[in-house]
Design a protein around this ligand. Sequence first.
Ligand code: ATP
Length: 300
Amino acid sequence: AIYTGSSVFGLGNFYSELMKGLGASERIFELMDYKTNIPIHVGDKIDSIEGDIEFKNINFKYPSRLNTPIFNGLNLKIERGSNVCIVGPSGSGKSTISQLLLRFYDPGNGEVVVNGRNIKDLNLNHYRTKLGYVPQESLLFNGTIRENILFGQSDASEEDIYYALKLSNSYEFVTNLPDGLETNLGSLNSTQLSGGQKQRLSLARTLIRNPRVLILDEATSALDSISEEIVLKNLKALNSKEEMTIISIAHRLSTIKNSDRIIVLNKHGEIVEDGNFNDLYDNPNSQLNNLLKNNDTNAV
Ligand code: ATP
């Protein structure tokens, strides 16, 4: 998991400043404090993410921990329009896969390939706008729910907002608030929005952009099971209707079983199993079942 700080940012008046000059995805990553030295405005722009996503022979260590290799020759192909779930014990490198795909880090060896191109050759800011990323820790700031959902997406219509609220199962709780979409999150103390409600709002913010690739890093972990079921069902429909590629990182069985393909990592960052949920779940000796049995994952 990648933890990204407090859940309601006190940006106050800085909000409008932040909204000027920066692209929408760039703003989100500024908020997340994922600033790296990687130049974000050079390279080719792509219109859309069309092909498969490939991790080719990836070697990777975090710059701050050069004695701890995370991946040694990772190969993984994620087909366009697929719905995959990455599972594995804590520290196995699940979140690191999303960090590499978002290019917060470059691999030491190997390449991440999108549309047949090494993502290092793409305009990073532009490329990231094609990806939707929902981390476990919601990033809401001191502004209204509307502002939080739009987050610079100024061309979104009222219908788009309601559509995103419905997809993320937020519609009911938001419209039941006395000020609805105009509710200022800064004025709500933290007990007034549950962790699950915050997660649903950050999901709405991502879904309103209709990304071609959606990366969910334990993004529904705080939802109660009924709400999670609704959200997962909506995401599944998007996956099949709109061919939105979904990459989930999950610990919960409920999330895992909603994916078509399960990739199991071991603690050395190696793929030890890769298959369809039913086959793996029905096999008592599968790595997936081992993982679930040992409760090596957090909450199943
Ligand atoms: P979890 O299930 O606990 O979320 P994970 O499988 O997602 O774990 P990662 O977050 O990818 O694992 O982390 C893999 C390893 O890299 C861990 O040992 C972690 O401590 C380390 N790590 C993660 N982020 C960084 C970072 N920014 N700098 C240095 N080390 C990191």
